[in-house]
Write a protein that binds this ligand. Sequence first.
Ligand code: FAD
Ligand code: DLZ
Ligand code: SF4
Length: 531
Amino acid sequence: MKLNTAVIDVETLNKMLKKKQSTLRLILGDQLNINHSWFNNVDDSITYILMEIRSETDYAQHHIQKVIGIFAAMQQFAQELKSRKHNVIYLKLNDKNNLHSFDENCDLLIEKNNYTQFEYQLPDEYRVDEHLKNYSKSLKIASHVIDSEHFYSSRSELKNLFEGKKMYLMETFYRHMRKKHNILIVDGDKPLHGKWNFDEENRQKLPKHHKPTAPLLFLNDVSEIENDIKKASIKTIGVIDAKIFLWPVNREQSLQLLEFFAKECLPLFGRFQDAMAPNAWSLYHSRLSFSMNIKLISPKEVVNRAILEYTKRPEEIEYNQLEGFVRQIIGWREYMRGIYWLKMPEYATLNYFEHTEKLPKWFWTGKTKMNCLKNAISQSLQFAYAHHIQRLMITGNFSLLAGVNPNEVDAWYLGIYIDAFEWVEITNTRGMSQFADGGIVGTKPYVSSATYINKMSSYCTGCYYDKAKKTGYKACPFNSLYWNFYDKHEVKLAKNPRIGMMYNVWRKMQPSAKAELLEQADYYLKNIDEL
Ligand code: FAD
Ligand code: DLZ
Ligand code: SF4
């Protein structure tokens, strides 16, 4: 007998067998984008699956508000899809048939419901990307991956832009994005108002009697979700009052927060972007990172809404407020993502200064006499939020000066903030804040003594320590730790043109003064849990 052989794919085989085509589409907890093309048409042969699973609740010790926020948003999103007549399966945390991993749950459903195709959107996190790539390869049915249709740039855009270059300057990337997307551009490729970056007009301290606008908060009752999390004994950090979960959990609330930002906060956003004050936990910041990172709203919507407000109120909103805000989103946010996809997985292992210390215990309680750290940490535990300068120049600055292992620092940041997803957390923490990448993201380490903290905040006024003292009783720890850091890393840093000046000061200091500073730093480092 003569045999004919041919290579055919699974899809063709299914068609030949006249098997009814049906597709399982996986939606991750940070892919809640209702405007994705997946949802343009209702198709009865397609089923969407969302799942609350231990692989995701346990890969970091998350803030309780982060887990609740993601579950609440996932549940609302599933409801929204159902109300639009899509087929949806929602696996809750304590469902008996929940196997707690993306692949095992999908396997079970594929077997039970005979799906002929599996589809997912490009994940934002390397770990999940690898997991789903391998899972797809292992499947006996056809599988497809599609873009998440959220970002301005593709995963490889930054890589392509800097091909053959040694430095990955954010400013270069930002200008490229402005031109490519025609944002705040005139005459084809020129920056509006003659300059690309108006940063030097920002960065002011809050005036003494200035009362910042109160933040818009939501009163979401999430007690049911909190009970589920407690029942499953998931280890979390931080606190929650489950009757008043204040973060947006759906698109409508996210759009309300965007409106509030445009009307109330944008006019002073840039000016007080770097300011810090006790009891004012978000100042004029947008608090839109959570909504954007889980894709309830898109960066385009946010940028366009801010530009519209500026256009409507040119007398009230100075251009530097707008440009500063747009730069954070089309510049920093997209840039960090590009660096992530360029440098992972190696990026997660970088430790330029070879730091090995542990974080002080009070990073989990806020119980320290250092007022700046007490405020930044306490508000993070209370709200799962701190703004950029608190993250960079208070907690990040201290961790770097204290020589903490970047793995420890990353784990803390990945857990504590409601907006923390690895692609944007690790590049900011390990890169920008800890300089563990040796200068890929930043051109110099962000460290400071009390001088900077006092310049940008009123924390020092109420502090146990004395901001002006470098050594001795109640001397501010930042002051000696700062010089200790430069001394310890002279070989790695002295040649950096942005730091050379500091080494001139250090070298000219009296040997006795230097020794006193190093002794003070040594004492503080040995007694770090008591600070
Ligand atoms: P706004 O001040 O209102 O800024 C508007 C938007 O710009 C933000 O929502 C955010 O999407 C974007 N943005 C601003 N700065 C950055 C930046 N450096 N990188 C990326 N996007 C930026 N951001 C996260 O979204 N997730 C994180 O896990 C995260 N971890 C950080 C860790 C450290 C050590 C540092 C220094 C920064 C981190 N950031 C992170 C960046 C930034 O601090 C937050 O995006 C911002 O504080 C979120 O608050 P907001 O929405 O009120 O921001
Ligand atoms: C962060 C998170 C948490 C805590 N829980 C879930 C979950 O139960 N189910 C889910 O689909 N996603 C969750 N996420 C978000 C994922 O970790 C995120 O989708 C990946 O990190 C990819 O970016
Ligand atoms: Fe922070 Fe030092 Fe100021 Fe105290 S004195 S708030 S520790 S910088």
